[in-house]
Structure formats: structure tokens, C-alpha cells
Write a protein that binds this ligand. Structure first.
Ligand SMILES: [Mg+2]
Length: 379
């Protein structure tokens, strides 16, 4: 999958700056206008973006103008589509899966080992919503979680501080989850709230924990969403979602033949908003403020708020299924604390340590976690 930071093609000129990642695992292309001075440095790319090899990057730069650039996006949309992975020849895809599972074993099969590694530290649970607690569905407004999953998450929150970390805005995700005792980090972590008053079970945290990293962007996102709705209305199946501090354009229900048209429409809106990033997730485009904040930063903020900023007595566990969750997986790797679990049936490039196949396996894992906690001697 490729993350591109999009700028207005009209604004690109000989003075454009290009940030080239030297890493080979993932890639980012950042182009930015340099209006004031030829020595001005481009803004630093937000952390956690994937990078591609320099060769691939140069190829992308070659096609930065015109239709071929659109084709690069469409190729990326195809590459991230699970249905295309399914169509790989069975033997090679099975081999790929086997070797990926060796590197990212099932968190259910490794459960005892994981618990052993927690070594009596305070477990803190971070859970993505879509594709993790709820199945991915065609209509994002119908991504309901089962009542069994809700009961399980409720039990988890009784045992450990538990946060929902999602791209959706807090109000929408709360309408699905409906558990006042949880922490919520909405809009990719740009909107953070603690448990409702009287619901906090964990004494270390301030009651009305609230942080909004991108509050200045609220009117811009509103405006962009209105324009995206208008622009994409001729593309059947395209769904624009306003997440308050960020936005999504879902293309799950858009005919593949119309993907390039959709990319053109989105880009034609975003060219007027150089402070917004366009990235691609699972059948969705994400539009986010170009600020140094993501799910990984939200995880760090929450751990700090819980009193574990510089502590080595915490064991965070983050479960998520999407590209944006990688920022949190990477944060855990960098901290050397806890681990990430990627929800995926298919091999993906990830910083997570373990895997689970789908939301039903996530529920089994959470259930085992609760049972494990109940078996522990009370301190
Ligand atoms: Mg997700």
C-alpha cells in the first residue's frame, strides 16, 4: 500500500521539494510548494507512514503528472483489496500465508506465552473498532458490533483500562459501542475522551481526560466533506464520512472501473487544501490534517494520562486491522513494551507481533484475557 501526501498539481513547480525515505519497507511521497525561500525545508512527513523503495519512489515521481499518477493510486487500491489477494494462485498464496504466520503467529495459539511476557505488569487494552470489534460492511453506518462482543469488551474494561482507538468520530463510535467506562480516541486519535463521570475504574487517571490535537481543522474538514459529497455524487457507491477532525471516502461499493474517476474527484477537491493528507486504507481513502498526530501518538498520550509515561510496569496490547493502526504497532515496538496484534486473514507488511484472523477471533482472545485475569491471585 502506498501513502501519498497530495499537493495541488498547479502549485507544483521547479521549486517543489521531495522527501525521499531511504527505508525499504515502506514509502511516502511528499511534495510541497516552496514559495518563500529555496532553502526552506519541507514539512516533516507525519510519522508512521509506509515507505517504498527509492526505485519505486522515483518511478512515482516520473508519473507525478497526468493520468499515470491516477493509475498509481488505482494500482494501490487494487493491491490493498483482499479479494485480489484471494485470487493469487493457491499454492503460492498458501506459502506466503504460512511464512507470514511464522513471523506473526496467532495470538490465540500464543496466548500463554503472551501472558507470561506480561510478567505481572499492568495490561492496558487498545482496540480499533471497524474490522476489529465489528465486521467490515458495505455501509459504514451499519457496522454494528454484536451484543456478545459488547459484553466481552465490558468485561475486559472491568479487568484493565481499555480504550477504543478509531478513525471514526467519537460520537459515532460511541453509538456503536455504548460503553461509558471506556476511553475513546476518535478521528485517528485526534479527539480523546476519558470514561464518563462516575465510570472510571482506574484511579490513576484524571476523570475528564480530553485532548483535541486538531481542533483548528474542524471548519476545514466540514467544508472539505461538503465539497467531497458534491464532487463524488456522480460516482455510484462512493460514501463520504465526516469524522469531525478527519474524513473518509469509502470505495467498497464503487465499481472498479470508476476508481480512477473517484481518485480524480477527490484530488480535484484536495488540491485547494494543502494542509490535508490523503492516504489509503482498507477500501477507504483517509483525509487527515497534516499534523504530527496519529493512533500511535494517541496511545502514548493515553498511557501517559494513565500514569505510565515513563514506567516500565505497563504492558499495552493494541489490536487493529488497518494501515492507520500501524502507527500504534510501531509505537509499541519503539517503546519495547507490550505488543500489537494485526487482524488479518492475509499476509500484510506490519509492525504487529501477532495476528488474529477476524473479529470473532478477537472476541475469543478478549474472552481468554478476561478468564486469565480472573484466575490471577488478587493483589
Ligand atoms: Mg479498523
Amino acid at each position: 500500500m502506498v501513502s501519498l501526501v497530495v499537493e495541488s498539481p498547479q502549485r507544483m513547480s521547479a521549486s517543489q521539494n521531495v522527501v525521499v525515505s531511504e527505508t525499504t519497507r515502506s514509502s511516502i511521497i511528499t511534495t510541497t510548494t516552496n514559495n518563500s525561500s529555496s532553502t526552506q525545508k519541507p514539512p516533516t512527513a507525519p510519522p508512521g507512514f509506509i515507505s517504498i523503495s527509492k526505485k519505486k519512489l522515483l518511478k512515482n515521481l516520473d508519473i507525478i503528472n497526468g493520468g499515470q499518477r491516477i493509475n498509481a493510486w488505482v494500482d494501490s487500491m487494487r493491491a490493498s483489496s483482499p479479494t485480489h489477494l484471494k485470487s493469487l494462485p493457491s499454492l503460492s498464496s498458501q506459502q506466503q500465508l504460512n511464512s507470514w504466520i511464522m513471523e506473526h503467529p496467532s495470538a490465540l495459539e500464543m496466548f500463554e506465552k503472551i501472558m507470561e511476557a506480561s510478567g505481572g505488569k499492568q495490561i492496558v487494552m487498545f482496540l480499533d473498532y471497524d474490522g476489529t470489534l465489528s465486521p467490515i460492511v458495505d455501509d459504514p453506518d451499519k457496522a454494528f458490533m454484536s451484543s456478545k462482543m459488547r459484553r466481552t469488551v465490558k468485561k475486559v474494561a472491568k479487568c484493565f483500562p481499555t480504550a477504543i482507538v478509531t478513525g471514526r468520530c467519537i460520537d459515532k463510535v460511541y453509538n456503536f459501542v455504548k460503553l461509558a467506562e471506556l476511553y475513546y480516541a476518535g478521528s485517528h486519535g485526534m479527539d480523546i475522551k476519558g470514561p464518563a463521570k462516575g465510570f472510571s475504574r482506574h484511579k490513576r487517571v484524571r476523570q475528564s481526560l480530553l485532548y483535541q490535537a486538531a481542533s483548528d481543522y474542524l471548519p476545514i474538514i466540514d467544508e472539505v466533506c461538503r465539497q467531497l459529497v458534491e464532487k463524488t455524487k456522480t460516482t455510484p457507491g462512493a460514501i463520504v464520512e465526516n469524522h469531525k477532525f478527519c474524513a473518509s471516502v469509502h470505495f467498497r461499493c464503487v465499481d472498479e472501473k470508476r476508481w480512477s474517476e473517484l481518485v480524480l474527484q477527490i484530488r480535484s477537491v484536495l488540491k485547494e487544501y494543502p494542509t490535508l493528507n490523503l492516504t489509503q486504507g482498507r477500501k477507504v481513502f483517509e483525509i487527515r490534517p497534516m499534523i504530527e498526530w496519529d493512533k500511535g501518538k494517541a496511545l502514548e498520550f493515553l498511557l501517559q494520562s494513565l500514569g505510565f509515561g515513563n514506567s516500565n510496569s505497563v504492558f499495552p496490547v493494541y489490536i487493529g486491522d488497518d494501515r492507520t493502526d500501524e502507527d500504534a504497532f510501531k509505537m509499541l515496538r519503539d517503546r519495547g513494551e507490550g505488543f500489537g496484534i494485526l487482524v488479518s486473514k492475509y499476509p500484510k507488511d506490519t509492525d504487529a507481533s501477532y495476528s488474529l484472523q477476524d473479529p470473532s477471533e478477537v472476541m475469543d482472545f478478549l474472552q481468554r484475557l478476561v478468564e486469565w485475569k480472573q484466575m490471577q491471585p488478587r493483589m
